[in-house]
Design a protein around this ligand. Structure first.
Ligand SMILES: C[S@@+](CC[C@H](N)C(=O)[O-])C[C@H]1O[C@@H](n2cnc3c(N)ncnc32)[C@H](O)[C@@H]1O
Length: 255
């Protein structure tokens, strides 16, 4: 039989640094002893804790996370804060689009804080879309390649376009922790040769979708921030790099 102390021991033996905290969460999540055994086995096999639990804590919300879907990171709460800053200057009904939405965590956090906003999310990966539809109103989650996924009625109406597109250079994916490279879909991680292939396409395609005075927000790596900003400038936007040391976030804001 699996008890709390044996869970801690199994997790510790598997190299989990926060074995006690994880054990508490797994015990709390399990329906019964058999279920607990299954959850612990999955975690010991290397699945991210959030995929084992089926949820992640993000910006004060419990966000559903399904197998293969990118686990929302704390650093990405910077994007939420910046979207809400921008929305504070727009009226009710402002349109927000979360491109490359994954679980839909950013869109869900924005919608929770601003229920009046018209929030849409989109992703290429059917697993991410299915997951985001559990975190958001299903009809507001669209499937497809970047802007191709969006309903045409949003053309020229997007007040805030936010994207945490993959930005890990292809050559660095192999250096990522096993949890990420084995259990998050490659399309969620691999940003191409310099890591900026998807951001480049976001920047190039954004203009027709933006409302006057709109803001574009892109998460990026600190060492890539100047190149990410240059992509938005090439699309005719004025840019600013925003760092948040508390959450470890880096974003480029384009207006
Ligand atoms: C780094 S994850 C971020 C997920 C989510 N925004 C978050 O912060 O938790 C990148 C996401 O981009 C999606 N993606 C990659 N290429 C895409 C494309 N061409 N069109 C739409 N989504 C894409 C992946 O499926 C993945 O869900």
């Amino acid at each position: 039989m699996t008890t709390a102390s044996t869970v801690v021991a199994r997790l510790r033996a598997a190299g989990c640094v926060f074995a006690e905290e994880e054990a508490e969460l797994l015990v709390g999540q399990a329906a019964d002893a058999t279920d607990l055994d299954r959850l612990v086995a999955a975690r010991v096999a290397g699945l991210p804790l959030e995929q084992v639990l089926g949820w992640a804590e993000f910006a004060g919300l419990r966000v559903v996370v399904e197998p293969g879907v990118f686990v929302p990171r704390r650093r990405t709460t910077l994007l939420v804060r910046l979207v809400l800053d921008r929305l504070a200057r727009r009226g009710d009904g402002a349109v927000v689009v979360d491109l490359c939405c994954g679980s839909g965590a950013v869109a869900a956090a924005v919608r929770a804080a601003r229920p009046d906003a018209d929030v849409h999310a989109a992703d290429l990966d059917p697993a991410a879309v299915a997951c985001a539809r559990r975190n958001l109103s299903p009809a507001t989650v669209h499937e497809g390649d970047l802007f191709d996924a969006l309903p045409r009625h949003l053309l020229g109406r997007v007040d805030v376009l936010v994207a945490n597109a993959p930005y890990v250079p292809t050559g660095d994916v192999a250096l990522m922790p096993h949890e990420a490279r084995d259990h998050e879909h490659r399309v969620a991680l691999d940003g191409g040769g310099d890591g900026l292939d998807v951001q480049r396409r976001v920047a190039a395609g954004a203009r027709p979708w933006l409302a006057p005075g709109a803001t574009v927000l892109v998460e990026t790596g600190r060492h890539q921030a100047e190149r990410s900003a240059a992509l938005l400038r090439a699309a005719g936007l004025r840019t600013e790099v925003v760092l948040d040391d508390e959450v470890g976030g880096c974003a480029v804001l384009g207006r």
